[in-house]
Design a protein around this ligand. Structure first.
Ligand code: VGL
Ligand code: ZN
Length: 240
């Protein structure tokens, strides 16, 4: 009898520790936020060289207010910043006889040729959200030979510090929004999912270059398990 009581206590303790540990491990969701390329050159507000539709003052205010709310909720905020040298391969001006939005093959992949934008140290490259909110700003697109829509890596496969920075804060779920839905938001969200993060993309805090490619991007993100929310909703972000 004494042995049975003893065994029961030992097994009881064992299951408490193991199941308790599993429950704790499950609870360890840590949310981080990635604000993608909210920079002057992508906005109508600043008469940007690659101004995306719907990037007026109200949009920038919505992004600023939402980012502040997420910061106040205790989440680390990361920004990506398109940061090109003047001779960047994605600028149509660096390809003789080409015009804006032409598509060429670059390193075997389709490359849209853009108007020059987000040139390093120019006003158009500045982020329009209060920089004090950011735990880190991740610059991308510095290599003249490769474009870099993703905040995690460029088209040549060179990694940014994004994954390291997120891991440093033990982030395992990222909230992604910004400009442009069909390019840098899409690529950043998809790379985050591929790197093992849970991803929530906020549609109404993002703007796309074109409606058809934006819808395609949303469908692609959904197919890869990314949660698309219309609006910022902290409860839904925590639940999903
Ligand atoms: C972007 C085109 C070129 C973006 C950046 O931020 O989505 N799009 N460079
Ligand atoms: Zn760019």
């Amino acid at each position: 009898m004494r042995r049975l009581v003893g065994k029961t206590l030992v097994w009881g303790l064992f299951f408490t520790v193991v199941l308790g540990g599993m429950a704790m491990a499950q609870d360890k969701t840590k949310i981080g936020v990635i604000v993608v390329d909210v920079q002057g050159d992508f906005t109508k507000l600043k008469n940007g060289s690659l101004a995306v539709d719907g990037t007026d003052e109200a949009y920038i205010k919505a992004v600023a207010d939402s980012t502040k709310r997420l910061k106040d909720a205790g989440y680390p905020i990361y920004a990506t910043q398109d940061w090109h040298p003047k001779d960047h391969a994605s600028f149509f001006t660096n390809h003789k006889g080409k015009k804006a939005f032409d598509v060429i093959k670059l390193h075997g992949k389709d490359q849209v040729l853009w108007p020059p934008h987000c040139v390093q140290k120019t006003p158009g490259a500045e982020i329009l959200i209060d920089n004090k909110l950011f735990t880190a700003v991740v610059k991308k697109g510095m290599d003249p030979k490769y474009d870099s829509y993703s905040g995690f890596q460029d088209d040549g496969g060179k990694k940014t510090d994004m994954d390291k920075l997120l891991k440093k804060e033990k982030v395992n779920k990222v909230v992604v929004y910004g400009i442009a839905t069909d390019y840098c938001v899409r690529a950043t969200a998809i790379d985050a999912a591929a790197a093992g993060y849970k991803v929530v993309m906020i549609k109404n805090l993002s703007r796309g270059v074109a409606p058809d490619t934006s819808q395609k991007a949303i469908d692609e993100m959904k197919a890869k398990g990314i949660i698309i929310l219309d609006d910022l909703d902290l409860e839904k972000i925590k639940a999903n």
